[in-house]
Design a protein around this ligand. Structure first.
Ligand code: TYC
Length: 100
């Protein structure tokens, strides 16, 4: 028998899983000042002033607005940090994290 393996090897496919993305959703409430919502969107989610204004006013008018999408751990950390920052000032601002 030949030392050479003549049977072609099946080509190995390297599967690279795309990380699943999660939406951070801003929820409206009646108490948090609009200016604070804009501030937190800029500080935590790195939105520029125009983007933050649109997201804030959309949540204000419709009840909720997607802020951005991230890998799960990033989405959860940002949402938690934003909720905590609002809570420290006594504001009931809420964000949810949902699969995209
Ligand atoms: N509705 C709030 C107000 O009138 C402002 C606000 C906007 C709060 C968006 C939360 O996600 C929000 N002061």
């Amino acid at each position: 028998m030949s030392d050479f393996d003549l049977k072609p090897k099946l080509k190995q496919k390297t599967k690279v899983e795309k990380p699943k993305l999660y939406k951070v959703v801003l929820l409206n409430d009646d108490y948090t000042p609009r200016e604070f919502v804009v501030l937190i969107l800029k500080a935590e989610f790195k939105l520029d002033s125009a983007q933050a204004e649109v997201v804030m006013i959309t949540a204000h008018q419709k009840g909720a607005c997607v802020v951005s999408v991230y890998p799960k751990d990033v989405a959860e950390t940002k949402a938690t940090r934003a909720i905590d920052a609002a809570g420290q000032l006594g504001y009931p601002l809420q964000f949810t994290v949902e699969p995209e």
